[in-house]
Design a protein around this ligand. Structure first.
Ligand SMILES: [Zn+2]
Length: 264
C-alpha cells in the first residue's frame, strides 16, 4: 500500500537522538510523502531545516493554538516571512483547542485569524487543529465560523475529531480531511463514518507523531511508519469492513493523489 503522512512533527525533541533512523524506517514502510508542520518559531525553522536535508518531505509554518499567547510579534513576523518559501506547502498548524486551553480562547481566535489571513495571502492551504471536550462541539462550530469568514482559504482538517455533520460542512467549504490515531480513541467514534464518506480526492492520513499512536503502533512515541495502521483501517471503512488488498492498493494511490492535490 502506498503511504503518506500528512502531519508528522519529526522536528520534535523526542526525535532529536534518532531522527535519521526514524526516517529510514518510514521509507522502509513505504512512505512517499511526509509533511512536517511547525507550531511556533523554532519548530517552523526546524521543519525547514529538516526538509532541506530530505527534499522528498514538505514543511508547513504557523502557530498552534497551544502557543497562541506565547509567540512574540517578532517571531510571528519571522514565520510570516517563511510563508513564501517554496519548501513551505501550507500554513499551520493552527486552529482551536477548547479541550486543553493552553492559551486563552480570545488569543487562540486572534492567532487563528492571522494564520488564516496568511494562508490566503500566500495562496497555500491552512492546516487546522480542532479539539473540543469529549461530547462537545463548540470548537468545531467556532472553527467553521472562522473558516467561513475567510473566503478563499483551503482548509486541511488535521487529526479529524468531531461529528459527521461538521465533516460534511467542512467538505462543502473545500476542505481536505486527515485521519490520525485519534480515530481509535473513546469519544471519536464518528470518525469511522467520516472515513467512509470523505471523497477520495479530499482524504488524507497522518500520524501526528510523536503523539496519537494508533493501537498496535510503537509504544510511547508514535512514528511515521505507523501511518500504515491508520491507512489500512481507513481502507477497511471504505471497503465494507473487509480486509481487501485491492481496496488498500487503490486507497493508497488515492492518498498520494489527494496529498499532491492539496500540497503540490
Ligand atoms: Zn500536530
Amino acid at each position: 500500500m502506498r503511504l503518506i503522512d500528512s502531519h508528522c512533527h519529526l522536528q520534535a525533541d523526542r526525535f532529536g537522538a534518532d531522527v535519521d533512523a526514524v526516517v529510514a524506517a518510514a521509507r522502509m514502510a513505504g512512505l512517499e510523502r511526509i509533511l512536517v508542520p511547525g507550531w511556533n518559531a523554532w519548530s517552523c525553522a526546524a521543519a525547514l531545516a529538516l526538509v532541506e536535508r530530505h527534499p522528498w518531505m514538505d514543511a508547513a509554518v504557523g502557530v498552534h493554538p497551544h502557543d497562541a499567547a506565547k509567540v512574540t510579534d517578532a517571531e510571528w513576523a519571522g514565520i510570516a516571512g517563511q510563508a513564501t518559501d517554496p519548501r513551505v506547502v501550507a500554513i499551520g498548524e493552527t486552529g482551536l483547542d477548547f479541550d486543553r486551553v493552553f492559551s486563552p480562547i480570545p488569543d487562540q481566535l486572534l492567532n487563528l485569524r492571522r494564520n488564516l489571513r496568511l494562508a490566503v495571502e500566500a495562496g497555500k492551504p491552512a492546516i487546522l487543529h480542532c479539539r473540543a471536550r469529549i461530547g462537545e462541539r463548540d470548537a468545531q462550530d467556532a472553527l467553521l465560523a472562522e473558516v467561513r469568514a475567510f473566503p478563499g482559504v483551503r482548509p486541511v482538517i488535521h487529526s479529524f475529531s468531531g461529528p459527521v455533520d461538521y465533516a460534511t460542512a467542512m467538505l462543502e467549504l473545500g476542505a481536505w480531511i486527515s485521519i490520525s490515531g485519534l480515530a481509535f480513541r473513546r469519544g471519536e467514534e464518528a470518525t469511522a463514518e467520516v472515513a467512509a464518506l470523505v471523497p477520495a480526492d479530499r482524504l488524507l492520513v497522518e500520524t501526528d507523531s510523536p503523539f496519537l499512536t494508533p493501537p498496535g503502533g510503537p509504544r510511547g512515541r508514535n512514528e511515521p511508519a505507523a501511518v500504515e495502521i491508520t491507512a489500512r483501517w481507513v481502507a477497511g471503512r471504505r471497503g465494507l469492513d473487509q480486509v481487501d488488498p485491492a481496496i488498500e492498493a487503490s486507497v493508497g494511490n488515492e492518498l498520494i493523489a489527494a496529498y499532491d492535490a492539496a500540497f503540490r
